[in-house]
Design a protein around this ligand. Structure first.
Ligand code: ZN
Length: 147
C-alpha cells in the first residue's frame, strides 16, 4: 500500500511538524478567529493585503494535525497572490473537500499542488471541518477589509 497515500501523509506531517508562516501580523493586517467545536481546533488568520495582493499571511492556534497542517499549506499556497486568485483557490479547495458530485464547475486550471494531500480527508467527514477551518477563517478575515 505504499505510494500516494504515504506521500500525502508525509506532506501533512511535514506541515504539522514544521508549520509555515506561523505567527500573527499587527494591524492594519486583517484577522479573524475560527473555531471548530467538534474537534477543539482553534485558528487565527492574519492577512496583509496591499493593492489587491496578499503580501503576507500568518496563522496561529492549536488543534489536530489536519487543522494545523491545512492552515500551514494554505498560507504557503496563497502568499504573494492576488486576492481574487486567492478566493478562487479557496473555492477550488472547498470543492475538493465536498462530496457533492453535482458540483461540476470545478476549475481544473487551478493547481492545488501539495493541497491535494488533503483530499484523503474527504473519506472522513468528521475531519472535513478540521481541514476547512483555516480556509473559512481566511475568508472571514478578508471580508473584514474596509472598502
Ligand atoms: Zn481537528
Amino acid at each position: 500500500m505504499a505510494g500516494l497515500e504515504d506521500l500525502y501523509r508525509e506532506i501533512i506531517l511535514d506541515h504539522y511538524r514544521t508549520p509555515r508562516n506561523r505567527g500573527e501580523l499587527d494591524p492594519p493586517a486583517l484577522s479573524a478567529d475560527g473555531h471548530n467545536p467538534l474537534c477543539g481546533d482553534e485558528i487565527r488568520i492574519s492577512v496583509a493585503v496591499q493593492d489587491g495582493v496578499v503580501t503576507d499571511v500568518r496563522f496561529s492556534g492549536s488543534g489536530c494535525s489536519i487543522s494545523q497542517s491545512s492552515a500551514s499549506m494554505m498560507t504557503s499556497a496563497i502568499k504573494g497572490k492576488p486576492v481574487e486568485q486567492v478566493k478562487s483557490i479557496v473555492r477550488r479547495f472547498k470543492q475538493m473537500m465536498t462530496i457533492d458530485e453535482e458540483d461540476t464547475e470545478i476549475d481544473e486550471s487551478i493547481n492545488l499542488g501539495d493541497l491535494e494531500a488533503l483530499q484523503g480527508v474527504v473519506k472522513f467527514p468528521v475531519r472535513i471541518k478540521c481541514a476547512t477551518l483555516g480556509w473559512n477563517t481566511l475568508l472571514d478575515a478578508l471580508a473584514t477589509e474596509q472598502k
